[in-house]
Design a protein around this ligand. Structure first.
Ligand code: IPD
Length: 255
């Protein structure tokens, strides 16, 4: 399987988002935790196509309802898929939403793509080979945080993280130019990777939201850890902190 194979398949999946009309919406556990029939359709499409290219791989998709932390992710190949990261954005047509696919090899990200079909922006990376946007190499910004935007996520259904997230955000704002919250974690991390933003954080996030974007960000020179500065977990949910090259230390608001 090559990165070009993965890009081609995800690009085709992007057409499903672009042509979807008024999808049926289902609710999952917690406040405003949605899934649509388009999420399920995109995931089925990706699994079918990727199985043809790499039959030995396991799959972990946001919408397959399986235990996210099973041992199948630890060895061999495993695709980690978020068919629509930014499902609420998708429902309300508040762009963007992205498709995120990571290929783990022995429990670590090996290949990744994040695709924003609305702007035809295809981010990709292979470990040790740099990060790319539509085939052009990208690098995160080397400007200090005080000269950059910062962004964060906080899912409405993880209510126990809400107060602390907004408290950190309130203390982060004076340290940067301004704050953004796009509604898609994978997109936020790609914005740090491409130099649109200096820092992204989220206190609880699932592996399918960050596995692909984390590799793209690392390959673009970012530091990607949990909010304590420890290596990111690839066995389940985690906090996440992604800092561009110019942000040398974890800001005090996280302490
Ligand atoms: C969510 C988005 C959101 C982030 C949540 C994610 P979903 O993904 O990335 O920005 O705050 O943590 O779960 O549910 O739209 O795929």
């Amino acid at each position: 399987m090559t990165i070009e194979d993965l890009i081609q398949i995800v690009k085709e999946a992007g057409n499903i988002l672009l042509t979807a009309k008024r999808p049926k919406i289902m609710e999952k556990a917690g406040h405003a935790n949605f899934v649509t029939e388009t999420d399920e359709k995109v995931q089925r499409f990706l699994v079918d196509k990727l199985k043809d290219v790499l039959p030995e791989a396991e799959f972990l998709g946001e919408e397959d309802g399986k235990d996210a932390f099973s041992s199948k992710m630890a060895s061999g190949f495993c695709f980690v898929i978020d068919p629509i990261d930014g499902t609420s954005n998708f429902i309300y047509e508040y762009r963007p939403s992205v498709i995120s696919v990571a290929l783990l090899k022995d429990g670590k990200p090996y290949m990744a793509v994040v695709y924003n079909p609305y702007d035809d922006m295809m981010f990709s990376a292979v470990t040790g080979q740099g990060a790319y946007l539509n085939g052009e190499k990208i690098m995160s910004s080397d400007a200090p945080l005080s000269d950059q935007l910062a962004c964060f996520g906080t899912a409405p259904y993880y209510e126990e993280y809400r107060d602390r997230s907004f408290d950190i955000a309130k203390r982060l704002l004076p340290l940067c130019v301004d704050l953004r919250r796009s509604g898609t974690a994978a997109w936020d991390m790609c914005c740090v990777a491409i130099g649109r933003c200096g820092l992204y954080f989220e206190l609880k996030i699932q592996i399918w939201d960050y596995a692909a974007a984390a590799l793209i960000a690392v390959e673009a020179g970012c530091s990607v850890t949990d909010i304590e500065g420890r290596p990111l977990s690839y066995t389940g949910a985690s906090s996440a902190l992604c800092m561009a090259r110019g942000v040398k230390e974890i800001p005090d608001c996280f302490k």
